[in-house]
Design a protein around this ligand. Structure first.
Ligand code: NAD
Ligand code: TYD
Length: 342
């Protein structure tokens, strides 16, 4: 039996990855190490906790002693690091915790991997490490060798972690891989990110705050497709390599918001343009050619299908309740972030 340690498995993407493993790698033991920050609704893992192949450790990846105890006890074969502070606006408001979790936490985990030995350490990274592309150059894409050129404290902390991961490969021979993915969407995403925030607000007929003109472009990928890409990198990817994951699904924010309103039967008059994010990245666009060719990975969920599934989930009885629990714990941040944009 293989043992895989997933960090951040109570968060949006990490939980989807655990669900995928439990469903399709039934002989793997799945460990979830998550300290449960504000971004983790504990009910997210209710189903997984019933599975005998799943073990949850409520621990902080920055806590070296706690991490060493888990490695000592479980001797994981594979480590996949999702745990992170992940929201750009919060990183602009207060960068320090981003540096601590995203950089120091990564180094603690890799030190444990060196000490106890592992088959693979995989770092879940983001296309934001490449900075942004101009809106008037649709011919340009991020490739794996595009220089790192970050904009926000969040993307800078993720790029720093990526460099550290590659340094552990070169210096210590740690068997690492990195995946850099575009924006994800789907069920269980915390309602501070664009899509769930807009669904939540539209469902209550509240104003939908679009930063600036809403013309910034993101390359949206359904969360399960991302998780299948990560699994493909772990199982088929070459050690020391970076793989870009994305679905050629570029849309601007205004399109996304209008689409959500139309799917929910709500009027566009709910849209409210608010002052822009500082240093707002214009366009992200991934070239996923390497993952297509080397890993035979391709996203299967079209945006049309994915956005319907996502909205249906948030409007289901379970989804509504989950969302309300998150929104209740989010009041202070929502006030702080949007008050200044009026
Ligand atoms: P998320 O914020 O939903 O979840 C992050 C999880 O990490 C939470 O459960 C949180 O409790 C946990 N965590 C935070 N600090 C921790 C610590 N010190 N110790 C242990 N656990 C801690 O984030 P997400 O959207 O699921 O993103 C997961 C990963 O994927 C991140 O590394 C992010 O950079 C990357 N990523 C996200 C996207 C996206 O669109 N969401 C796109 C590309 C890459
Ligand atoms: P977000 O979901 O925060 O992801 P990221 O900044 O990592 O791409 O934001 C996606 C896009 O939506 C980004 O261009 C900023 C914009 N946005 C708004 O217009 N309004 C909002 O309230 C939020 C949260 C984001």
């Amino acid at each position: 039996m293989k043992t895989i340690l997933v960090t951040g498995g109570t968060g949006f993407i990490g939980n989807c990855f655990c669900k995928l493993l439990l469903a399709e790698r039934k002989d793997w033991k799945v460990l979830n190490v998550d300290v449960c920050t504000y971004a983790a609704n504990p009910h997210t893992i209710d189903e997984e906790l019933k599975n005998p192949n799943y073990v949850f450790y409520k621990k902080d990846i920055r806590d070296r002693k706690a991490m060493e105890e888990i490695f000592e006890k479980e001797h994981p074969d594979v480590v996949v690091n999702f745990a992170a502070e992940s929201h750009v606006d919060r990183s602009i408001s207060d960068p320090t915790i981003f540096l601590e979790t995203n950089i120091i936490g990564t180094s603690v985990l890799m030190d444990c991997c060196r000490k106890y030995g592992i088959e693979r350490y995989h770092q879940v990274s983001t296309d934001e490490v490449y900075g942004d592309l101009p809106l008037d150059r649709p011919d340009l894409f991020f490739h794996e060798d595009t220089p790192l050129h970050t904009s926000s404290p969040y993307s800078t902390s993720k790029a720093s972690a990526d460099l550290l991961v590659l340094a552990y490969y070169r210096t210590y021979g740690l068997p690492v891989t990195i995946s850099r993915c575009s924006n994800n969407y789907g069920p269980y995403q915390f309602p501070e990110k664009l899509i769930p925030l807009m669904i939540s607000k539209a469902s209550k007929d509240e104003k939908l705050p679009v930063y600036g003109e809403g013309l910034n472009v993101r390359d949206w990928l359904y969360v399960e497709d991302h998780c299948r890409g990560i699994l493909a990198v772990i199982e088929k990817g070459r050690v020391g390599e970076v793989y870009n994951l994305g679905g050629h699904n570029e849309r601007n924010n205004l399109y996304i918001v209008k689409r959500i309103l139309s799917e929910m039967g709500k009027p566009e008059s709910l849209i409210s343009h608010v002052p822009d994010r500082h240093g707002h990245d214009q366009r992200y666009a991934i070239d996923p050619h390497k993952a297509n060719v080397e890993l035979n990975w391709d996203p299967v969920t079209t945006f049309e299908v994915g956005i319907k599934k996502t909205i249906e989930w948030y409007l289901s009885d379970y989804g509504k309740h989950w969302l309300e629990e998150c929104v209740a714990s989010e009041q202070e941040w929502l006030k702080k972030n949007y008050e200044n944009r009026k």
